[in-house]
Design a protein around this ligand. Structure first.
Ligand code: AMP
Ligand code: GLY
Length: 419
């Protein structure tokens, strides 16, 4: 069973459906695209007790938790208490994502490269700190804030505003009770995912997300508008460095605290002149990174996830195709602000006429048998090819065939490498 309803979950379900060992897949609550490979279960992702009861009643062998808030709410703990196998960290292990201040302290203790920082729970003390700092700097709500809790501040005035929004106006609810103020870092960003079983990690190919809404990195930040993998220029030696300086020390530190990390660890990194540094940790698969990455996994996903859940990843092969993948998000007009729902979607068959293209559903719904938009990020159009430019070209050809009122997407994904 997969918990969630986005493009990430569709990519996981799509890949699980190819596993010879998988007889049946449930997805709660899923979406119309997911329904092609899985039986949808009408239980909300946040209704953890009912999901656990469903898994027990239907003898589900493995549950994969998609969303960060389910993990922070203790989904993995709840399933494990009932003796149910689950892929995803416990609440304590997921703290790496739901508390940025915890993650920063852990990195400081373990000597993991990251931006210099200070944490505050008192607004006046934080404000005082801002007086003495060089700009730009970065203000972050410590808790989960739907990707909106981070502000890069060019001046003290901007930083004061960000601090006030988080700590006084509570723009992110309790997530902003505590803030991290950190040094601004410059460089290219890279997402590294790792399958983890508590002690051992297996890194995925490096991926790149494009968080800004508009071409050239302009406009407001979104959940992610497009990804590709692997990232040209990140070689094996760099991945080995990331494993040695980031992933392995995190696993050791978490195990040492009695909270071994089992699940997908996804550090967001930045490649500075002084080497790779960690911007944040996520305790789950990235969305839309997963939509590219699952296209490249050559191994049986169910076997790998089970091995993680059972702490025996060392003896499990994780192989990648060696090809390149890209995924473009088709979003609703107005996103990430207000947008209309219920608009008819056309052209999916034509988009998927190319056998290298798979369209993952995110915010879609069926109304009277018609596929309509039902969210901000509507579809993830993915493609594979022997090299990145080919994958990107296939994505653009396919997304052009898809229609819905207000459809918006970035036209420059992969452009920085294909140009
Ligand atoms: P986070 O959720 O912490 O990864 O932050 C979201 C985005 O803010 C990142 O993907 C970066 O683009 C930017 N960001 C976060 N921290 C920093 C930093 N210390 N320096 C520069 N940019 C940052
Ligand atoms: N792609 C960004 C995220 O999943 O957090």
């Amino acid at each position: 069973m997969v918990i969630g309803s986005g493009g990430r979950e569709h990519a996981l379900v799509w890949k699980l459906a190819q596993s010879p060992s998988v007889k049946k897949i449930y997805c709660a609550p899923g979406n119309p695209g997911i329904a092609r490979q899985a039986e949808r279960v009408d239980i909300a992702a946040g209704d953890l007790a009912r999901l656990r009861d469903f898994a027990a009643a239907h003898a589900v062998d493995l549950t994969v938790v998609g969303p960060d808030d389910c993990l922070a709410a203790g989904a993995a703990d709840l399933f494990a208490q009932r003796g149910l196998r689950v892929f995803g960290p416990t609440r304590e292990a997921a703290r790496l994502e739901w508390s940025k201040s915890f993650a920063k302290e852990l990195m400081r203790e373990a000597g993991i490269p990251t931006a210099d920082f200070a944490t505050f729970t008192d607004h006046d003390a934080a404000s005082e700190f801002l007086r003495s700092r060089p700009y730009p700097l970065v203000v972050k709500a410590s808790g989960l804030a739907l990707g909106k809790g981070v502000t890069v501040c060019r001046s003290r005035e901007e930083a004061e505003r960000a601090l006030r929004a988080a700590m006084v106006d509570r723009a992110f609810g309790d997530a902003g009770c505590e803030v991290v103020i950190e040094e601004f870092l410059e460089g290219d960003e890279v997402s590294v995912h790792a399958f983890c079983d508590g002690a051992t990690a297996r890194l995925f190919p490096p991926a790149r997300d494009h968080k800004a809404l508009l071409d050239g990195g302009r406009g407001p930040n979104t959940g992610g508008m497009g990804t590709y993998a692997p990232v040209p220029g990140i070689d094996e030696a760099m991945m080995a460095e990331i494993e040695r300086t980031v992933v392995a020390p995190v696993l050791r530190a978490m195990a040492g605290r009695g909270a071994p990390f089992r699940g997908c660890l996804y550090p967001g990194l930045i490649r500075t002149a002084a080497g790779f540094k960690v911007l944040e940790f996520n305790a789950r698969f990235g969305d839309p990174e997963t939509q590219s990455l699952m296209r490249l996994l050559a191994s049986d996903l169910a076997e790998v996830l089970l091995a993680c859940a059972e702490g025996r990843l060392t003896g499990t092969r994780v192989a990648w195709s060696g090809r390149s993948a890209a995924c473009l998000v088709a979003a609703s007009g107005g996103y990430p602000g207000a947008y209309r729902k219920g608009l008819a979607i056309t052209g999916l068959d034509r988009a998927e006429a190319d056998p290298d293209v798979v369209v993952f559903h995110a915010g879609t719904a069926l109304r009277d048998g018609v596929l309509v938009t039902n969210g901000g990020r509507v579809l993830g159009v993915s493609a594979v090819a022997d090299a990145l430019p080919g994958a990107v070209a296939k994505c653009y050809a396919a997304i052009g065939r898809i229609g819905f009122d207000g459809k918006q997407y970035r036209t420059d994904i992969g452009g920085e490498v294909t140009a």
